[in-house]
Write a protein that binds this ligand. Structure first.
Ligand SMILES: Cc1ncc(COP(=O)(O)O)c(C=O)c1O
Length: 294
């Protein structure tokens, strides 16, 4: 068995019940080998690139990432023997940068004021300057990203809920998790509602999440899959993140807290036959230095 084969098949954990009995469950994606949901997309993109010959041992893997994707590239790069170069906003957490160093990935720090868009533009520029040097998966427009969730996450949710899932709620970075999972769940059962979580404002602290109204839209972004939308503020997401650790022993990251909060808000509007599934994207370890834990 290789590390690639340990991606996915994560546990589905019961979280809370709404006042009217709607039940909330979450996929514990921190069980993936590099510790986040992004292992699914990165595995999908790299396996396809190796098979098709786009990624050879002479090329360096290059991409823009706010952190978790980079850690997944770095880990798989180390495991499979590829160099990795990552563009990320300079304000990404210290834990994330340190992890990238541990796997010997190189980092190009971009302007934090330009957030993930600055990193994206830098990666495109580096690639365009020297296309022969790099394999540029471009997680924002690579279909293998959302397909990893279409063929993995969604199928697991369908089976783990005994085909009873009624709602899926998740925030979006590249939107790969939301798009692939929502698309497949609706194919399984068109009455399943799939609801995006959005940061309340453009300048927010939900690391990994994009405020879509004010950023460059991912290539496979698909609003036709949206059944409504739930907005979450950074402060209330942090409060929920602490609550998950204190009440359930789930030490997860801020985007996970935001997802659960969105699921709780949705649960308040639903009755006892509702089964809501959301995503615990990564572990709280990635944010240990955040003032959230002070
Ligand atoms: C912490 C965190 N949560 C959630 C996501 C969103 O996942 P996706 O890119 O599939 O939309 C990311 C993506 O980078 C992330 O880093």
């Amino acid at each position: 068995m290789t590390i690639l084969e340990t991606v996915g098949r994560t546990p589905l954990l019961p979280i809370f019940e709404g006042n009217n009995g709607a039940r909330i469950f979450a996929k514990a994606e921190f069980f993936n080998p590099s510790g986040s949901v992004k292992d699914r997309a990165v595995k999908g993109m790299l396996v396809e690139a190796i098979k098709s010959g786009k990624l050879t041992k002479t090329k360096t893997i290059l991409d823009a990432t706010s952190g978790n994707t980079g850690i997944a590239y770095a880990m798989f790069g180390a495991a499979l023997g590829y160099k990795v170069l990552l563009c990320l906003p300079a304000n990404a957490s210290k834990e994330r940068k340190r992890l990238l160093n541990i796997y010997r990935a190189e980092i190009v720090a971009t302007n934090p004021m330009e957030s993930s868009d600055g990193a994206l533009l830098k990666a495109r520029q580096l690639y365009n300057d020297n296309p022969g040097t790099y394999y540029y998966p471009d997680q924002y427009s690579n279909d293998e990203n959302w397909k990893a969730h279409y063929n993995g996450t969604a199928v697991e949710i369908w089976e783990q809920t005994d085909r009873k899932v009624t709602h899926f709620v998740a925030g979006m970075g590249t939107s790969g998790t939301f798009t692939g999972t929502a698309r497949r769940l609706k194919e399984f059962n068109p009455s399943i509602k799939t609801v995006p979580m959005q940061p309340e404002s453009p300048l927010h602290g939900l690391e990994g999440m994009k405020h879509m109204a004010s950023t460059i839209l991912p290539g496979f972004y698909d609003p036709t899959l949206f059944d409504g939308r739930i907005d979450v503020s950074t402060e209330e997401a942090k409060k929920m993140t602490r609550r998950l650790a204190e009440e359930l022993g789930l030490f997860v990251g801020i985007s996970s807290g935001a997802n659960v909060l969105a699921a709780v808000k949705l649960a308040e509007t639903l009755s006892s036959d509702a089964i809501i599934v959301t995503i615990l994207c990564d572990s709280g370890n990635r944010y240990l230095s955040d003032e959230l834990w002070d």
